[in-house]
Design a protein around this ligand. Sequence first.
Ligand code: AMP
Length: 420
Amino acid sequence: MSFSELGLSASLLQTVKDMGYVEPTAIQTQAIPVILAGRDVMGGAQTGTGKTAAFALPIIESLSANPCQPKRVRALVLTPTRELAQQVHKSFVDYAVASDLVVEIAYGGVSLNPQISALKKGADILVATPGRLLDLLFKGAVSLDDLVHLVFDEADRMLDMGFMVDIKRILKRVPEQRQTLLFSATFDKAILELSKTLLNNPELIEVAQRNAAAASVEQIIYNVDAHKKRELVSFMIGSKNWQQVLIFVRTKVGADALVKEMCKDGIKAQSIHGDKSQGARDKALADFKAGKTRALVATDVAARGLDIEQLNYVINYELPYIAEDYIHRIGRTGRAGNSGLAVSLMSVDENWLLEEIEAIVDERIPQAWYPGYEPDLNIVASNNKNSKSSQKRRAKQRGFSNNSGKGKSGASRGRGKPQR
Ligand code: AMP
């Protein structure tokens, strides 16, 4: 299948060619004709599959075929995070380069006034996070009365982040008659419920098996004692001469602490998390992309939406409490057809988290010992006294819930020494 068979105009075909895209990805092949035909879509696509172009190209096609003056917001893309908003906004700007469509962006954490001024000048397409969009709607800085295309990008994460109330408020302000596109890397009951209220007879398009990890990513788990993880991370990056590594941790404090230690080990690292100003986050990402820092240490929420081309290595310093986050994390590598390596450092107290992860990815992830960092078997034995259920209970008491658990893992635990 080539781009020219999808129903896009000559000018958009030239744009994608100029961007170096040779052929459409699976989600693009399936979604573009359906969206051009005006249908609602429920898209199951992982990060890195080219899903942004899958909805951006047909929207640009449709809006430029029906120009409107003065400019009114006719397409709205809602994203869970600022970083994803920035990335989607940039993609729209790139894809709309040959049109006279105006693309604007609105997200929180920065001053409202520049966004109000920009919107006053008129925009055709708005990419926004839900909270900031509501602020702008309440202030009368933007109207959605003329909206034709409404997109929910990474809808699963929007629900995880508690945006349901905001979404309902926004929906009251958009026309009933519209095209709605919902994209999600994972599907669970909450997403299916949301889709029923939002979508009208949608076409279901799935390009990867539900909740499956990206096939181009090689995964490995190293069993290591918790107190050895920090040393192992620096050793691994240094000895293997990895130049660009995204590292996931669970907490903001943990991110900063790890950065400090890695810098002491001589590995240039920066953190990216919700307590950092937008400017600091942008700088950390820019430095990482430019190769000024070798390691970017991120929390799950902050990492959502980061698009770093040709990222080869992801390290899970800790396994995530929410199993679906594992899929999002490793989806940061192996993007757009490149292969990637996702390394997870697992201490013995994290075994139960792996069960949840393997249940949703529906595969058994290989485990090994890293030479020189083999786990202390005395710690392993004493930890076995702590049952899985009591660990789960403690995590719940700390306020974490793992809402996956939809399938049963075929894998059995309590393994012996893994293969090296
Ligand atoms: P996305 O899944 O939308 O975040 O896209 C991931 C990456 O794939 C981005 O860097 C896009 O520029 C790139 N991309 C999207 N479509 C194509 C295509 N048809 N061919 C090559 N790269 C693409």
